[in-house]
Design a protein around this ligand. Structure first.
Ligand code: HEC
Ligand code: HEC
Length: 336
């Protein structure tokens, strides 16, 4: 008789909804660990910073990673959906690149399992950077003679300018983009004055309402549990929520649009809640204009509940406390 509940508990704990209400709050680590295949080095980061800011990495030579992910403005572009290389709109809202090193899958639908893979997909995406194929990217970067010594310093002499190393350098740079000094982080690390009363009420409400079932850990996402796997879930959980129609939340079929697999229909990743103060508008289609609206949408579509105005204000105050001061990133001089 005692075995069954224990077994159920075991299953529950190993699921992605493991953030029990008594789980400790976690602050962002001071550094992003790097994968064995791409250990971070100063030379890679320096090269990656240049590539990130270099518009020559796009077909028209007009769009760099920084065009849509403006680092000093929070790492996104403030548009509902982004304008790409040939003036076409990407169907989804730009996510911030701050703290991406702490995530375990990328894109709204989690279709990339590493930062390296993600950067490669972006370069070759016909709307975003529009490069034809890997060889085309390599030829473009090789045509910029000034890059050769930087690649050699980062990856050794020889055929260093190749797509693998290009995306490794970009990913290494992205792993340095962290904001570990938010009011929330200081509070969790022991500074009891870092959050005001309203923010603390919001913190309690966040957990009590059940937001932490999905938004958990230091990045407030749902991390994948094993390497190279991706955790996605059906969104909205309550598709009859009136907000589903108001904000057109079911028009885009999520992961299905990419894989065409029935099991991926309306599957979305749980995004991080870090630095949302800088990244309005919200949700995958960027149609939800404010954090207050996003909180109401989540209450209704994910928890089937309606928050009062003071509850919404408290939750927004807490979400704002998850935004860190943005460290200054030097804009590099690009090689000729
Ligand atoms: C045309 C605008 C545009 C450009 C240029 C662009 N991005 Fe993005 N980026 C986006 C959009 C839009 C998304 C979300 C797309 C999606 O989920 O389908 C995104 C998502 C990301 C993510 C995923 C974040 C997360 O939480 O999953 C990373 C990392 C990223 N971009 C890095 C880069 C890098 C590196 C470059 C340059 C190689 C780049 N971006 C160039 C618009 C852009
Ligand atoms: C059942 C899981 C689940 C619960 C519970 C949940 N969320 Fe979410 N949340 C998601 C998913 C999935 C998305 C992505 C939606 C999309 O694809 O547009 C999301 C998106 C968000 C966003 C938008 C992020 C952005 O970058 O635009 C905010 C803000 C947010 N959630 C806050 C909350 C708050 C506050 C609560 C509690 C009131 C909550 N969530 C409860 C799963 C959940």
């Amino acid at each position: 008789m005692k075995i069954l509940p224990l077994l159920c508990l075991g299953l529950f704990v190993s699921s992605a909804f493991a953030a029990g209400s008594d789980r400790p709050w976690q602050s962002l680590p001071a550094e992003v660990p790097s994968p064995a295949a791409n250990p971070t080095s100063e030379a890679k980061v320096e090269l990656g910073r240049m590539l990130f800011h270099d518009a020559r990495l796009s077909e028209s030579r007009s769009v760099s990673c920084a065009s849509c992910h403006a680092l000093a403005e929070g790492g996104a572009d403030h548009h509902p959906t982004s304008l790409g290389v040939h003036g076409e709109l990407n169907g989804r809202n730009a996510l911030t690149v701050w703290n991406v090193g702490f995530l375990t899958s990328y894109y709204w639908d989690g279709r990339a399992a590493s930062l390296e893979e993600q950067a490669r997909m972006h370069l070759l995406n016909p709307i975003e950077m529009g490069m034809q194929d890997a060889a085309y990217v390599e030829a473009r970067v090789r045509s910029i003679a000034g890059y050769q010594p930087y690649f050699e310093r980062a990856f050794g002499v020889g055929e260093a300018v190749n797509i693998t190393n290009i995306v490794r350098a970009i990913a290494a740079f992205e792993r340095t983009l962290i904001t570990p000094d938010s009011a929330y982080d200081r509070f969790v690390k022991g500074d009891k004055n870092a959050l005001n009363e309203q923010q603390q009420r919001g913190m309690t409400a966040f957990r009590a309402a059940g937001c932490g079932r999905c938004h958990q850990g230091p990045a407030f996402d749902s991390p994948s549990l094993a390497a190279e796997t991706v955790f996605t879930m059906r969104f909205p959980s309550y598709p009859r929520s009136p907000y589903a129609a108001t904000y057109k939340l079911i028009a885009d079929l999520g992961r299905f649009e990419w894989t065409g697999k029935e099991a991926d229909r309306s599957q979305w990743r749980v995004p991080s809640l870090r630095n949302l103060s800088y990244t309005a508008p919200y949700m995958h289609n960027g149609l939800v204009p404010t954090l207050a609206a996003a909180v109401r949408v989540m209450g209704s579509t994910e928890l089937s509940r309606t928050f009062t105005d003071p509850e919404v204000a408290d939750l927004v105050a807490f979400l704002e406390a998850l935004s860190g001061p943005l460290p200054k990133v030097m804009v590099p001089t690009l090689p000729p």
